[in-house]
Write a protein that binds this ligand. Sequence first.
Ligand code: J9Q
Length: 258
Amino acid sequence: MRIDVVSIFPEYLAPLELSLIGKARQDGLLELKVHDLRTFTTDKHRTVDDTPYGGGAGMVMKPEPWAQALESVAGAGAAEGASAASGDSASEGSRKPVLIVPSPAGERFNQALAYELAEEEQLVFACGRYEGIDERVIEWAEEHFTVRPVSLGDYVLNGGEVAVLAMVEAIGRLLPGVVGNPESLIEESHSDGLLEYPVFTKPSSWRERDVPAVLLSGNHGKIAQWRRHEQFRRTADRRPDLLAEFDAGSLSRADRNV
Ligand SMILES: Nc1ccccc1-c1cnco1
């Protein structure tokens, strides 16, 4: 996968050089490039914003630098794919790259969307700041991208960079070879529509609190049943909304007895 991030604060994305995502980049499992939007300005002040038509507080990001930046990265994934592809590169990159615009007015990011986006050949993230990006950029971008405004949640950030850090980690860790043990992806919160069960490690007794005895029993059937029950209990307690969405049809026979 190829990821491009456009921002006026490229240094904000430095954490993507660290840890799991940083190693994936070093191992060639993920190609990620960060671009400074100001590179695509033409005036001596490298202006990226201006006052809003219709009045109001704050500034709006100008359209032309964004169009120049997005044109510059569009298809880079296909180009990379084509150069890397030994076979029919015509089929490589035939899909438009996905332009993800972090926005409080976007669809909610969740694990299902992370899995969906992890299948893409190229993701481009446009980090808006100020009061946002001129809406005409979003409309124009539909010619070159599949455009998806995405929200991390119902709260206000100062820009899209923090959202991109979260989304790139959530998506990048799903790519083949990134997480050491792929099995660890199976039992995570939200991987099956429920919250994950509680975990414990040594010592078995700590500050007069004991690890649940079933986990020390060696009875793997009972342990699995206890863990599944804990998933349902936790989800009902903390995220009843998820239970409402949970596909009861996916319940196994064992689930029905927890
Ligand atoms: N508030 C914001 C401002 C700018 C870019 C993204 C956001 C955002 C994303 N998810 C929630 O908020």
